[in-house]
Design a protein around this ligand. Structure first.
Ligand code: GLN
Length: 253
């Protein structure tokens, strides 16, 4: 994905978060302001959200550009949620163009997005793929480097590791085997965790009300804070913590 965003807080419609902001994710699909790699994000999009009282998210994903989809416009207007994760995609060469490769990926109650790429996809990544069980490889959500990263992260999360540690361990694991840009973003509807590793990332906290974590600001209003490259972030509507990732990744490598 080339631009992604997660929100936690007071109930909102996805339209308020994604479509109405002047430079929001919807607009970032054709006119991102800070994107370092690629120009438009028209190779698919996805929205994942949590409904009240249900720990498992719902998703709406499509292979085409977000601005072509009337169903998305309706859905984004009428849904109400306290937690969502959305992404617009600029597909990496050699990966699947299908809907299944549009984030958010899901599993075990999580939503996941990856902005970046793994150098060498697919043939240079044999060692990385070999870390997975055959069953995990056979059930990858898509023929895409991001699906591989999600499978690696998901097995870390399943061990019960804290989400920031699971992210650090996954970044370390990937960069041990290949060069990569790894802006990762996950939520379980209660917490957002993310890495900045090669591309832009920002957060905006309104304490007690909401928190946004996004590839780039959706407006020119106050409160957007850039996340330094090579950091890991954990956010709730109460607080945001950002830590450097370099030392942790070196140690785990
Ligand atoms: N490699 C991922 C994909 O193809 C992400 C691409 C991106 O960030 N532009 O979906």
């Amino acid at each position: 994905m080339c631009r992604h965003l997660a929100y936690l807080g007071l109930p909102v419609s996805p339209a308020e978060v994604l479509v109405e902001p002047p430079y929001g994710l919807h607009r970032q699909s054709w006119s991102p302001r800070l994107q370092r790699y690629g120009t438009v994000n028209a190779d698919g999009f996805g929205l994942g959200w949590y409904a009240e009282g249900d720990p498992l998210p719902a998703r709406y994903r499509r292979a085409g550009p977000i601005w072509m989809d009337e169903n998305f416009a309706d859905l984004a207007r009428v849904v109400r949620t306290r937690a969502l994760l959305a992404a617009v995609r600029s597909a990496t060469v050699g990966t699947s163009a299908e809907q299944t490769a549009a984030a958010p990926y899901t599993g075990d109650g999580w939503l996941f997005s990856h902005n970046g790429l793994l150098a060498g996809w697919p043939h240079g990544l044999d060692e990385l793929a070999a870390l997975l069980d055959p069953a995990e490889l056979l059930t990858l959500e898509a023929r895409c480097d991001s699906a591989l990263v999600w499978a690696l992260l998901r097995r870390r999360l399943r061990t019960g590791l804290a989400v920031d540690q699971a992210l650090a361990a996954t970044v370390a694991e990937v960069v041990r085997h290949t060069e990569a840009r790894l802006n990762l973003l996950v939520t379980d509807g209660r917490v957002i965790a993310a890495t900045a590793w090669g591309d832009t990332l920002f957060h905006r906290l309104e304490p007690g009300r909401s928190v946004l974590v996004a590839s780039e600001p959706g407006d020119d209003g106050p409160g957007w804070i850039p996340v330094p490259d090579r950091s890991v972030l954990v956010a709730t509507p109460e607080a945001v913590a950002v830590h450097p990732l370099d030392a942790a990744v070196e140690a785990l490598k």
